[in-house]
Unconditional design. Sequence first.
Lengths: 346, 292
Amino acid sequence: MSVLTIKDVTKLFPGGTKAVDSFSLEVADGELVCLLGPSGSGKSTLLRMVGGFETPSAGLIAIDGEDITRMPPEKRPTGMVFQSHALWTHMDVFKNLAFGLKLRRLPATEIKRKVEAVLELVGLGGYGSRRVTQLSGGQQQRVALARSLVLEPKILLLDEPFASLDQHLRERLREEVRDIQQRVGITTLFVTHGQDEALSMADRIVVMRDGGTEQIDRPDVVYRNPQTPFVAGFIGTMNLLEGTVANGIFTRASFSHPLAVADGPATLAIRPEALDVTPAEPGAAKVHRVTDYGTHGLLDLDLPDDTRLKAMVSHPAQYRHGMGVNLTPRAVSAYRNNAQIFRSEA
Amino acid sequence: MTATEAGALAPAPTQRKRPIGLLLVAVPVLLVLWLIIWPIISAMIQTIWLPTPEGGRSLSVSSYEFFINDPYSRANLSITLWTTAVCAVLLLVVCLPIALYLRFSDSKLAAYVQGLAIFPMFVPSIILSFAFIRVLGPNGTVDLLLNSVGLPKIKSPYLTPWGPVIGLVWDNIPLTVLILLSGLGNVSNQAIEAARDVGAGRFALLWHIILPRVSNSILVAISFAVLGIFSAFTLPYILGPAAPEMMGPFMQRTFRDLFDPTNAITQAVITFGFCILFGLFYVRSVAKNRTP
């Protein structure tokens, strides 16, 4: 049972930069929570504070109720996997994994048993005598994960662990890491700026911006029901239209859509897959580009004021550059003053 | 045209550039052969192809026998080896903490410390020697300060074996710090943080993570210092004792004051022998430590 509690944590760097601003989160036992946000949103700083590599300017960090806010990293029950693997190249794989256990003065037989078990767990059985420089990027990342897991930490911290790997390897490893995390049942905090990683791995996603929280929810909820225009624009592909609402109709250039909210400015959010397109001349928009992905197509559409929209279609061959189309959203969200004011489902 | 002919018409760029490359390295190689290798060989020949009373020359190792059997020559070699070893240890003890501080400190003070550590590089040895005499010599600044508060004078290291040690350590601090600092640049912050994450304290970090990663740099720094100190002249000549004396002043005195070039060259060849031994040890260690 390991619960991570982060309460009102703030981090001010010299010069007054506020990297994290009154951040609070509770990660349940065995849960994998992703911190997702653009560069500079404070997610890595927050993770480093949990790992003990940065000291919060204010707030509390606790594991199972024990305050660890001022505890140095070497004393914390956390294990961190770094973006660059951070393996010690002067040691072989076995020594990399055994180093932490030796510092805990475990008997040699126990160290050997634990290292071999964790190497099996990450699929690197028999690799103990290899030099880390002889391993591929994916294997090095697995050794880095094993090095953290072998110490059986209460909390596993992953700092963009797949950022230096190619796309194919990244997809394979994230499935493997998720499997291992669920098998071990370890509470995990995972930093990424890749929305695919967050959506495919996390039990919950924390979308961060400027050191604060924009939304904390399950991946499907964050995708389908973004609470702010920032989340709507950051997760997946989203059409965000700035316009005005008058008499229950949202209007932007030639595009209009019924919207049951009070009159005034609004931002309408429509997923490309929720925007139906029908050929019509002259139509509300013109086709700018057709991209055929094989399984589906993506249309780039221009409104008369050059606003660019995207729409997903099942038969892209029907469309060509310059063709007029009408647009019918099946599901929309609307925002005003950075808050959701309307939502309809398909 | 066949594929073979096409290939023959397009020789590899490296093959075309080879003569230019060889010509470029030829100049320094020839200079090394002329100015370094040939004088070494010539000196070796001169010490074993000695004049005979009959006016001819014959093969003899009598000059080496003299060096080995002469207690004063042996004492000079011993004091040189002692000075070199003590300086190497002191340089490591003094420079490693400075380099570690400069590598891992974020404070503004680090810039000033670096400036101070590099400063001796710009001070000529002769000025350093006179500064040493004025501060640590008999009736120097330290003695005056101690006297002003009623304390006895220090036992001055001037003209003792510790005189050259202090001077040579001070003189070699900049290069040693810079080489160690460059080696420490290879130790990434994440490697340090990963070690702390698995429970390493300060000593474990230094012993298991940092030192193994900078062992080559330590070897390079110590090699440079040792090779320089072994054949040092100015500081041992001004600050050191008259007898025994380090090999540098010994060679100069044998050559110029005693008008004995054969023995001076023999001393030089023996000094060169010790330096080349250390050089070979350094090359072997670096090659052994290199990550495959």
